[in-house]
Design a protein around this ligand. Structure first.
Ligand SMILES: Cc1cc2nc3c(=O)[nH]c(=O)nc-3n(C[C@H](O)[C@H](O)[C@H](O)COP(=O)(O)OP(=O)(O)OC[C@H]3O[C@@H](n4cnc5c(N)ncnc54)[C@H](O)[C@@H]3O)c2cc1C
Length: 531
């Protein structure tokens, strides 16, 4: 099947038609895109607007784990872990080109660590049941070293090996968007929801603005879902103000943002295709070293933040923490000079109703759906792994409030995403350097694009850029190098050096400004470490 075209003028022409949709969704991250696909698959008419690019927010900045959450098990949150383990299997099945099993080893340097963590991980296996990806194993020193050949050897006693999954987050977001579009949904990036529309106190749509050309569009919809991630409170506050809440009692924010930093280094620091997991760092956090697209991701942190920056800066202590802790477990200690890219994501953690504190580590990672008096459905929290279950929950809430009729759920359980019609990957391609493997069953199509033989750098061709512009909603150099290819996240200097070449191809394809210099500046931001 030929992939759909994503020409911007045609998307906007459709938006201008003034159709009344069953559901309008604000936010093109994992949450909003999951709702769009589920609703479209149930036969509802769907429109989704994203103020920037799909997955520009938190959904391109995950640790890339499809996981039940070993640490939530330690917190005793069994239902969250069980749901996530179930969703893990579903995702691996529905997008095998983008989500695959990954073995992890927890190295032990104290005698009690192997039995203590091993028993917990055996419980993780038991909870997964048939959804398990592989058996948890207790390892002796030699076995631990054969899985993690670059782990620190002095004091190493053994370890525990367990299985979870890993994925390509931004490309999965695009696969969701494109899968929804093939079921009739209209999805528009660079289109910001600027206001809500009401009739007699009930929401009947929203006003959005094309941030490229500046034109506004009114969208009529029976149900409006606010899936704006850490930014959900902006629309909630507009809704509260429009519904008679005066200045003395503004809508209480739902989100307590917490930032997580990741550092990317060369593969030589963690040789092999096994991730390293440290369950308890010196200050009680979890640290991962994950092989991903030919590099290694180290992270992450959990630091409360008050602002909602689009490109948050890492704090010096966060970078020091990741490098120092990594040095305790890796034979070759990564230094600041080894950093290829540093990126920061904001977790949309949901505040408990009675919360006044500023710590975020203890806040639940579960999602929350709230429906306001006027009918604004807000969903936030949760994690990438559970996006599909969250979407079902959102549609349940819409039906419970009679905003949409009830239609049976479960339609996405076996729904293969765009590109997924391949045999389950025999090699774990997500560990390999970037290349055609990310395109799944569309590889041939990408290989037949004009410029497919012209390499811009290893793993990136002119043909891929043309494919992104024609079929994957890409407009800017950032869209291409941050989220279609993941080069900005893997090697920001190299990404910056390609900005002009990529910009010229995009301009030729779309006729729109590819914002080359903005990207050159952004690429510098991704290698700048706080002093
Ligand atoms: C550091 C870190 C590591 C993580 N690691 C993992 C992991 O390994 N595995 C896992 O399962 N989960 C992980 N998560 C969690 C997961 O990434 C998030 O739960 C998920 O991405 C949130 O998606 P979202 O769609 O709710 O938010 P977002 O991805 O932020 O999407 C919201 C979107 O709304 C848009 N928007 C905002 N305002 C408007 C408006 N007015 N109009 C239109 N659009 C608007 C934004 O531009 C944004 O794109 C991690 C999170 C962090 C921060």
């Amino acid at each position: 099947m030929q992939p759909l075209l994503t020409r911007r003028d045609e998307l906007l022409a459709q938006l201008a038609k003034g159709q009344t949709y069953d559901i309008a969704i604000v936010g093109g991250g994992a949450t909003g895109l999951g709702v769009a696909l589920d609703a479209a698959a149930r036969g509802f008419s769907v429109v989704l607007v994203e103020s920037h690019d799909f997955a520009k927010g938190t959904s391109s900045r995950a640790t890339k784990l499809v996981h039940g959450g070993v640490r939530y098990l330690a917190q005793g949150n069994i239902s969250l872990v069980r749901e996530a383990l179930h969703e893990r299997t579903t995702l691996l099945h529905n997008a095998p080109h983008l989500a695959q099993p990954l073995p992890f080893i927890m190295p032990s340097y104290q005698w009690w660590e192997t039995p203590f963590y091993g028993i917990g991980l055996k419980m993780y296996d038991a909870l997964a049941g048939k959804a398990g990806l592989g058996r948890t194993e207790f390892l002796n020193r030699d076995q631990a070293l054969s899985g993690l050949p670059t782990a620190r050897t002095d004091g190493l006693r053994g370890g525990v090996k367990y299985w979870d999954g890993q994925f390509n987050d931004a490309r999965l977001a695009l696969a969701l968007a494109r899968s929804a579009a093939t079921r009739g949904a209209l999805l528009v990036n660079y289109c910001k929801a600027v206001d809500l529309l009401y009739t007699q106190g009930k929401i009947t749509g929203l006003l959005c603005e094309d941030t490229v050309a500046g034109r506004q569009y009114a969208i009529q919809a029976r149900c409006v879902v606010n899936a704006a991630g850490v930014w959900v409170d902006e629309l909630r506050q507009k809704d509260g103000a429009a519904n008679g809440q005066d200045g003395r009692r503004p809508t209480r924010p739902m989100v307590a943002p917490s930032q997580g930093v990741h550092i990317v280094v060369d593969r030589s620091f963690l040789d092999g295709d096994v991730a390293l997991m440290v369950p308890k760092t010196a200050d009680g956090r979890v640290l991962f070293a994950v092989p991903w697209l030919g590099k290694v991701i180290l992270g992450t942190t959990d630091t409360p933040r008050d602002d909602l920056a689009r490109e948050p800066n890492p704090f010096k202590e966060e970078v020091d923490f990741i490098l120092n802790e990594s040095a305790r477990y890796l034979r070759k200690a990564p230094t600041r000079a080894d950093v290829k890219s540093v990126w920061v994501g904001l977790r949309p953690l949901v505040k408990p109703h009675d919360d006044d504190g500023d710590g975020t580590k203890g806040i639940s990672r579960e999602h929350t759906v709230r429906v306001s008096r006027s009918g604004l459905v807000t969903v936030t929290g949760g994690k990438w792994t559970t996006y599909r279950a969250m979407a079902e929950d959102v549609l349940d809430h819409c039906a419970a409030r009679a905003l949409l009729e009830k239609r049976p759920k479960g339609v996405t359980t076996h729904l293969k995403l765009v590109g997924a019609n391949i045999e389950a990957a025999r090699i774990r391609s997500i560990c390999l350097p970037p290349g055609l493997h990310s395109y799944g069953d569309e590889q041939e199509m990408v290989s037949s694009m004009p410029g497919a033989a012209t390499l811009l750098c290893d793993g990136l061709t002119e043909g891929m850029v043309r494919f992104a512009a024609r079929h994957e909603y890409a407009i800017t150099v950032e869209d291409m190098l941050a989220r279609r290819s993941r080069l900005l996240f893997l090697d920001a200097r190299l990404a910056g050096s390609l900005a002009r070449a990529v910009g010229n191809i995009l301009l030729e394809e779309t006729g729109l400004d590819p914002r080359v210099s903005d990207f050159e500046e952004l690429a510098q931001h991704y290698v700048r470490l706080p002093e």
